[in-house]
Design a protein around this ligand. Structure first.
Ligand code: OXD
Ligand code: MN
Length: 615
């Protein structure tokens, strides 16, 4: 193209952006224009989040063959998407924190200098939306106008991302109107990296083998290229609400955490409590958030299943919101027997990705029902029978569903300024050492518990079986800055909160006995642990002090009705000083990678723990 016509084309793109714009904010107009001039889309849509818009985009995608409409009687308003088989999960090795200083990303993140990364990315984004529609998706994380809420915009060339963003966030005009000139907001750009030349036919799931998920914490930007899947493409979630928000929180005095949020009500006294809990990915956060107690006297209501933002309120207590508006849950293992609330939630208006299609136009995945269908179309679009010897649904297949469909949704999800937190739980998936529940001896000791969350490796493919995989605060892939500075921020927050700080507990549903079987039934019976936790918060129970924290004293844990649990209790709560001391040595090694950044308070906690274990 000659330079005169290139200029004309740029002017035409700019006109296309501005003519359709639904805002007059010059900062937004300038940024969107710049991105459009760079990516060169064929069309521009400013999203309003309306039902009409949803209907139009879903119809277009069904027409184009990139969504399958499910049976309206069985699963109204719902669709199935099948991704490219090479684009099925977050790509951690292609995820970068681009802070000016490498030390600010820390040893647990991939780092690249911002200018260098931009120089690498801009040629890729140049023309990356050619032949496609560019959608401008304004969204609010939290109720618009709330004390903990933040706003952002995602520019994307993926209509699938737009639909998911409408479920996962409060998306639309109110969010756009909330972004006023000079205010703080997060700019995110997403392209599947598959421009279409004139006349070229599209594929059902465009993407690129080359992928980049990049974060610029100093300028509050995310640039994501090459993937259409989950956290790579729905930039409000892991990219903004955890990686970028963790950095915002550090400088502004709040916290962005990989935590579920639930409300627990004592049905006898009517008093309610709020608990947040951090667990590594795929360890049942959604199940705990939707728990159905097996003991009387408690009601659990859901506020969030993945992310919580925590900020001190005017009363000095830590207040929490779930910044999201939907669930992007892992389908396999979610079923009538394990999580009936989730099954009810996805009655309709749900996008399923990479699950199997039944002959009557509904969906199925491993663990959905005990009975296995005789025939399916699997996640790859191939014929499937139980004899096929392969999975019908991809192990990371998902459901995206509005949180407001949850039968156990707490009113608190709507709370403009969040709810006061009573307790914070940290949990790993530990076959050994870690007891069912332990309360930290102090906030500082609780931060140590969070910093040392780990799980034993389970499959040989992931490394040596039994080796500890550390996932501090369940934030390993999600902390947008140096992990050791993040621990320092937690310590500072505890000091600021003082007496108003929530109590901290470590839990482990996954301990195994000598025979290799799980010692604790889990699921609804985890309500028994929540019961003990709240009674500790209320000072009703004494507990018993041990080297690793406060455990339930004899008879404090309500075990009535669990069969044959008495003979397992010793193993479930055993603290073997020798293996704990061996674990302390591993913690030394783990801490060592952070050099002098490691807060002295955590080094002190480790040496105090050793002293208590050796006493
Ligand atoms: C998620 C994750 O998808 O943690 O929530 O990976
Ligand atoms: Mn998660």
């Amino acid at each position: 193209m000659g330079s005169a016509s290139a200029l004309e084309a740029t002017a035409a793109i700019s006109t296309m952006v501005r003519e359709a714009a639904t805002t007059e904010n010059p900062e937004i107009l300038q940024w969107v224009t710049e991105v459009a001039e760079l990516t060169k889309p064929d069309a521009v849509v400013w999203c309003d989040g309306s039902q009409d818009e949803w209907n139009r985009i879903t119809s277009e995608m069904v027409e184009a063959g990139s969504l399958i409409a499910l049976n309206k009687d069985l699963r109204p308003g719902s669709f199935l998407a099948r991704s490219h088989p090479g684009d099925v999960a977050r790509v951690e090795d292609r995820t970068f924190i681009c802070s000016e200083n490498e030390a600010d990303a820390g040893p647990t993140n991939n780092w690249c200098a911002p200018a260098e990364m931009k120089a690498e990315l801009m040629p890729l984004f140049d023309g990356s939306m050619r032949g496609r529609t560019m959608y401008i998706v304004p969204f609010s994380m939290g109720p618009v106008g709330g004390a903990i809420t933040q706003l952002g915009i995602e520019i994307t060339d993926s209509p699938y991302a737009v639909l998911n963003m409408r479920i996962m966030t409060r998306m639309g005009q109110a969010a756009l109107d909330g972004i006023t000139p000079g205010s703080e907001w997060v700019r995110t750009v997403h392209s599947v990296g598959a421009p279409l030349e004139a006349g070229q036919a599209d594929v059902a799931w465009p993407c690129n083998d080359l992928k980049y998920i990049t974060h610029f914490p100093e300028t509050l930007e995310v640039w994501s290229y090459g993937s259409g899947y989950g956290g790579n493409a729905l930039l409000s979630k892991k990219c903004f609400a955890l990686r970028i928000a963790s950095v915002m929180g550090k400088s502004e005095g709040w916290m962005a955490e990989h935590m579920l949020l639930l409300k627990l009500t004592n049905t006898e006294t009517g008093k309610s409590y709020h608990i947040s809990a951090a667990f590594p990915s795929a360890t049942g956060k959604t199940n705990l958030a939707m728990l159905q107690p097996t003991i009387p006297g408690w009601k659990v209501e859901t506020i969030g299943d993945d992310i919580a933002w925590l900020r001190p309120g005017p009363d000095g207590r830590l207040r929490a919101i779930n910044p999201e508006a939907g669930f992007f849950g892992v389908a396999p293992g979610t079923g009538e027997s394990t999580n009936p609330v989730a099954m009810d939630t996805m009655w309709g208006n749900t996008i399923f990705t990479n699950v199997a299609l039944t002959d009557d136009g509904d969906v199925w995945w491993e663990g959905k029902t005990d009975a296995v269908p005789e025939h399916l179309i699997d996640w790859l679009g191939d014929e499937w029978t139980p004899e096929s010897g392969k999975l019908a649904a991809h192990p990371n297949s998902r459901f995206t569903v509005p949180i407001q469909q949850t039968p156990t949704l707490a009113d608190d999800w709507f709370e403009q300024d969040g709810v006061p937190l009573d307790a914070i739980l940290f949990g790993g998936r530990r076959a050994t050492n870690v007891p069912l529940v332990a309360q930290s001896l102090s906030w500082q000791h609780g931060v140590f518990m969070g910093a040392t969350i780990s799980s034993e490796r389970t499959a040989a493919a992931e490394g040596t079986v039994g080796e500890l995989r550390r996932d501090p605060f369940a934030m390993l892939p999600f902390c947008g800055y140096n992990m050791a500075d993040y621990w320092g921020h937690w310590l500072d927050m505890g000091e600021k909160l003082g007496e108003g700080a929530p109590k901290i507990f470590q839990v482990n549903w996954f301990r195994k006995g000598a025979d290799g079987s799980f010692l604790w039934p889990g699921f609804g019976d985890n309500s028994r642990v929540l019961d003990w936790i709240i009674r500790r918060v209320e000072g009703e129970y004494e507990g018993r002090q041990t080297a690793i924290g406060t455990l339930p004293a004899q008879d404090e844990l309500n075990l009535s009705g669990i069969e044959q649990i008495e003979d397992k209790l010793d193993e479930l709560f055993a603290i073997d000083a020798e293996s704990w001391l061996a674990e302390c040595n591993l913690t030394d090694e783990f801490f060592a990678q952070f050099g002098d950044k490691i807060p002295s308070a955590l080094v002190a906690e480790l040496s105090d723990l050793r002293a208590r274990l050796s006493a």
